[in-house]
Design a protein around this ligand. Structure first.
Ligand SMILES: *[C@@H]1O[C@H](CO)[C@@H](O)[C@H](O)[C@H]1NC(C)=O
Ligand SMILES: *[C@@H]1O[C@H](CO)[C@@H](O)[C@H](O)[C@H]1NC(C)=O
Ligand SMILES: *[C@@H]1O[C@H](CO)[C@@H](O)[C@H](O)[C@H]1NC(C)=O
Ligand SMILES: *[C@@H]1O[C@H](CO)[C@@H](O)[C@H](O)[C@H]1NC(C)=O
Ligand SMILES: *[C@@H]1O[C@H](CO)[C@@H](O)[C@H](O)[C@H]1NC(C)=O
Ligand SMILES: *[C@@H]1O[C@H](CO)[C@@H](O)[C@H](O)[C@H]1NC(C)=O
Ligand SMILES: *[C@@H]1O[C@H](CO)[C@@H](O)[C@H](O)[C@H]1NC(C)=O
Ligand SMILES: *[C@@H]1O[C@H](CO)[C@@H](O)[C@H](O)[C@H]1NC(C)=O
Ligand SMILES: *[C@@H]1O[C@H](CO)[C@@H](O)[C@H](O)[C@H]1NC(C)=O
Ligand SMILES: *[C@@H]1O[C@H](CO)[C@@H](O)[C@H](O)[C@H]1NC(C)=O
Length: 457
């Protein structure tokens, strides 16, 4: 029997790990939307291991490229103007304790915008390693796919280096980011003429003006000569993410500069943008994401497949559209209505929303669809031994309308009905996108063509 002393000692140790009363903690890096360094938010906090009795026999992954130096839009619209203004103006920052670092802060040298950072390379390689841990019984792929941009290609190369055992055994196939490639690319928003990359900007601006007003007033109180604007605030909050993935940390991430609620407001402004840009608030989203879903389920459900693991690298726009095509992170689900724009008000935060862009599209975000083979007494009466499930950044997600399998996975027969429903909602890429160029297509063929790609060296 443990003595009271051991008990006290144990209680003491336990206290160090988990305090009796929870203390408030906040990490801005997990609320930076598209500029968030990779993390696994456990949303929901379900067990990533396959259900008992099930093993994964095939998997398809869609991955956003890893951390980059700054994307051109963010640089041109916000960051560069802010940095230029900072260099131009002489401001006595010592009067603003939280901002006093601006008198000596030197912006990171961004040698080339859009390029993968060292952090990005390492994290992409780590994802390769993680995939090998997750599927020890599966054959390593012969091919990995990436859209042609340098950051997607480099991410795929690092991923391959982390996954392969012998060098040059996994090839990389580059898929052109063409505007006339119909559904047959990893950048179907580019080939969908109805998609407008600026969608969501107006709605985002409405909320941006609202949440930055008190911040601007606070900052201008002691540094009026800088004349802070809402774009400056957005730039400073973005720099927190970019500087972190370049230098390992950033003074802009301090909660002394922006309070936790102000970081949550930055996140929500981004969520509004992505809602209208590539989410449920844009009628093209599901149409743009469906081809990848359909092609991947085609590969996973086939009796035979060339590979056990299919991995494809793309940009931030595609993963959210794929989630819409699958019906995941849908704010309206269980609401008894489908008034999706009302779920993202422009004047206050809907804290209970499912659509949180930091969870959906951080750097290296990855969506996996797994085919599982399940055996054991509980499956004996069932016609199915094959089930499917989706994981977003290692967190299992339940497909709407198909949760008849173990741990709410989707049975093979249920999956066919589910896919037909989604096809009815979002099939017909060429017509729905008004892709009037003569050679558009509704289907993805690059996974099964003969392009064997090249080794990564
Ligand atoms: C910085 O100063 C230059 C030269 O006076 C001016 O042309 C430019 O507009 C200024 N930029 C900003 C962002 O204030
Ligand atoms: C502005 O200056 C006052 C007086 O020095 C100081 O108390 C206050 O904290 C400063 N405010 C900010 C936002 O730096
Ligand atoms: C394709 O490339 C892989 C990896 O280098 C190699 O193992 C395979 O034999 C190649 N297949 C063909 C058809 O050339
Ligand atoms: C259509 O033609 C263009 C121009 O030749 C080409 O780039 C594109 O890949 C073609 N699209 C398809 C779906 O084959
Ligand atoms: C401050 O910035 C706003 C918005 O750019 C501009 O309209 C205003 O003229 C500026 N005020 C001063 C004093 O520079
Ligand atoms: C949501 O708003 C967008 C942009 O105004 C609009 O195109 C879309 O049809 C709206 N969605 C619904 C379901 O009302
Ligand atoms: C989102 O959920 C609502 C309510 O269940 C549903 O009517 C709607 O079709 C869903 N949207 C998508 C794209 O799945
Ligand atoms: C599924 O599991 C059963 C029982 O372990 C096994 O006989 C069968 O070969 C497996 N099928 C696949 C495709 O792995
Ligand atoms: C889904 O993909 C299959 C090929 O795997 C294709 O035959 C079918 O037409 C596609 N469905 C839609 C709705 O695009
Ligand atoms: C479809 O695109 C053509 C140009 O290619 C344009 O004339 C037409 O108005 C578009 N239709 C719709 C419904 O957007």
């Amino acid at each position: 029997m443990p003595s009271i002393l051991t008990f006290l000692v144990l209680a003491g140790t336990a206290k160090a790990a988990t305090p009796l009363y929870s203390t408030y903690e906040f990490n801005p890096l997990q609320h930076l939307s598209g500029v968030a360094p990779y993390f696994e938010p456990a949303d929901p906090p379900r067990d990533p291991n396959p259900p008992e009795g099930c093993t994964v026999t095939r998997a398809a992954y869609l991955v956003r490229h890893a951390a980059i130096n700054a994307n051109d839009f963010d640089s041109e619209e916000y960051i560069d103007p802010f940095l230029e203004k900072l260099g131009n103006k002489s401001v006595d920052w010592s009067k603003s304790p939280a901002l006093s670092f601006l008198s000596y802060w030197i912006p990171p040298t961004i040698v080339e915008e859009e390029q993968l950072t060292r952090t990005g390379k390492l994290e992409a390689a780590q994802l390769g390693l993680t995939v090998s841990y997750r599927y020890p019984g599966l054959r390593l792929p012969e091919r990995v796919w990436a859209s042609t941009a340098e950051r997607t290609v480099k991410s795929a190369q690092s991923f391959i280096r982390g996954l392969e055992v012998e060098d040059d055994t996994i090839n990389l196939v580059e898929i052109y980011e063409g505007e006339e490639d119909g559904a047959n690319s990893l950048t179907t928003y580019e080939s969908c003429p109805k998609y407008k990359s600026s969608s969501g900007s107006d709605q985002e601006a409405t909320y941006l003006d609202k949440y930055t007003a008190p911040i601007i007033a606070r900052f201008n109180a002691n540094a009026s000569s800088f004349n802070f604007t809402s774009d400056d605030i957005f730039a400073m909050q973005s720099i927190c993410g970019y500087e972190t993935v370049i230098r390992g940390s950033s003074p802009f991430c301090s909660t002394e500069i922006f309070s936790p609620d102000e970081w949550l407001s930055f996140e929500y402004a981004n969520d509004i943008f992505y809602h209208y840009n590539t989410g449920y608030g844009n009628d093209n989203s599901g149409v743009i994401g469906f081809p990848w879903v359909n092609a991947s389920l085609g590969l996973l459900t086939a009796d035979q497949a060339d590979q056990d693991i299919y991995v494809s690298f793309t940009h931030r726009e595609l993963p959210p559209t794929v989630l819409v095509a699958m019906g995941l992170f849908n704010n309206s689900q269980f609401s008894g209505a489908n008034n999706v724009n009302a779920t993202m008000p422009l004047d206050q935060i809907n804290y209970n929303r499912a659509w949180v862009s930091s969870y959906i599209l951080p750097f290296l975000t990855n969506i996996a669809i797994e085919r599982m083979n399940c055996s054991g007494p509980e499956f004996e009466d069932s016609d199915d031994s094959t089930y499917y499930r989706v994981m977003v950044n290692a967190s299992p997600q339940t497909l709407p309308g198909c949760s008849d399998g173990p741990l709410e996975s989707c049975s093979a027969s249920g999956l066919q009905d589910y896919l037909s429903e989604r096809a009815a909602m979002f099939g017909g890429f060429t017509e729905r996108c008004n892709a009037t160029y003569s050679n558009s297509t509704d289907v993805v063929s690059f996974y099964t063509n003969s392009n064997n790609g090249t080794s990564v060296g």
